[in-house]
Design a protein around this ligand. Sequence first.
Ligand code: MN
Length: 713
Amino acid sequence: MMRQFELVERVKAYDPAADEGSINRAYVFAMKAHGSQRRASGDPYFSHPVEVAGILAAMKLDAASIVTGLLHDTVEDTLATLEQIEAVFGKDIARLVDGVTKLSRIELQSDQSKQAENFRKLVLAMSEDIRVLLVKLADRLHNMRTLRFIKSQDKRRRIARETMEIYAPLAERIGMHEMKDELEDLAFAELHPDARESIIQRLAFLREQGGDLVGRVTDELGALLTEQGVQVEVSGREKSPYSIWRKMQRKNVAFEQLADIMAFRVVVGSADDCYHALGIIHSRYPVVPGRFKDYLSTPKPNGYRSLHTGVIGPERQRIEVQIRTGEMHEVNELGVAAHWTYKHGTGSTEGPQYRWLRELLDILEHASNPEEFLEHTKLEMFQDQVFCFTPKGDLIALPRGATPVDFAYAVHSEVGDHCVGAKINGRIMPLRTLLQNGDQVDIITSKAQTPSPTWERFVVTGKARARIRRFIRTQQRDQYVEMGRSLVQRAFRAEGHDVQEKQLEATLRGFNVASAEDLMAAVGEGLHTAREVLLAVHPQTVEARDKVVPLRRARTKPAKPGDSGIPIRGLIPGMAVHYAGCCHPLPGDRIVGIVTTGKGVTIHTIDCETLESFAETPERWVDVSWESATAEAANHTGRINVILANEPGSLGNLTTIIGKNQGNISNLKITSRSTDFFEMLIDIEVQDVKHLTNIIAALRTNPAVNSVERARA
Ligand code: MN
């Protein structure tokens, strides 16, 4: 374990003015607080905060960060309180420790929504002070370095996955590449130990065969550039097992040779030298097409600056060469942390890394739930970028695959909401066109336009998707409310009641909704039925209770001899009749009865699949047919399965068509929902099969109806 004076010396080495006293106090405070606690490894617990402080010192961070690193687990895991920390170390440190503490508390949750909530809090905390994230990353790095000591494999894998999915991309996003590489490699070792092992072995084998290839190429590049008068430092390395593995996955290539798995870094004195060195390399070696990238004139959103190129190098191998200045190199490896060193420890929130953070916050405000937010950001963090320009020449960086709609939302939410078209490089192009690097995009707007649900199918940025979804949700809700209201009214009127707002309000708690409008929306969405509402308001309506038949269950009507309500011929008088819930037989359907001991007869349509299970018991089959005169008098429930485009108004159209054709919707349940389509079951009261067939035909003429069938089973 690093001793107190060693830590102080390390910090003093890069920041002679650092507040030595507070580091000393924090060291002692944490040591006392953690006392005899132990880690899974058996080490004293206190070794963990000391290592975390050491990692932060290696990043040359300011004293406040180091102190926070030492104290980061005291509030969570010991008797120490935030008030004590504030009394001893001041408000700033207390705030930082509090930020990190809040994060570790939620980390213990394993399910998706909790993880997403955790991430949401992380974004909020780091938007207030990015040092919270820096300490958190250092904490995670040390935990990953000691992951093997945790006994439960489940727990190890969960931590590794979280590292891979959230912390490594975050480190990359704020430009901390060294941190990102190590986190990924440690997580990779836990998640895919066999894959990693085989890549390492293969690398060793190739190294043995090729000799010190990396060394020879490094030397030759260095000699070439020096010869041409450029002061350089060249270093070479094999890419990490994880980055090789990802590449093999992404491009589906086999790991055949060492080609393309070596990367060389050329560090020069000035930006001009970067281009000069690039020219020398390009004129000496064949260039691999499509690999040149200029992140010097157009830095990555995380602030990364460098020239990248691919050439067939000295040993006839494909190699990647990155050219940058020493200062760029430092920022590239340390990212945001480079701005937080003792040199600039002013907490500036300018710079490209923070723009990303502000965008995250914006999405956060508009996402309906944490999972949705996590989905957006995860997607975006993994994506490559395209860089486009506004007509004024402002740069807009977007994930690869972005469209003019993404661009419009990136410019401004209002521009996105009202965009009707786009000119790309002066030509009018469809809104779903994929943007290319360097495109100039001019968005055409119209006040009358509103976001279209179809946009959601092709946008890739979280900001665009969040805005579109929010808009659709609001619109959809209006439709649900309208639909629910008409279902409830119908149910009430059938029993001779009027719908009264006051009465509804008395039932809200039972339905777990906040307002009468919410209740209507819930009915419209099929979460509750209109009958349930009727029963809640008028429990004395016995009639209503009898008619409450849960979906997917057989409808029961007691049969009395000579009862004209039973429209079926061929039954023994006194036998109870059920209509099967699987096929919902209607007058006009060819039907058959199945005797169920003690329960009477269940009527199925002759083509119902359920009948197969009675093939071995012919004695239970009863020949029955509809009694036409009485059958027509009564209403029957037919059930249809509809797949409907998820568009504004489509649900309204559907109910209008059914109503115009004299069908009464008695129940509706949405069974699945995607960005493109709704799938739902609708029960309709009809006279007979012909009536239902008419309704189905009418629905099929509507363009928003993708398919409609009678529900079977
Ligand atoms: Mn910790």
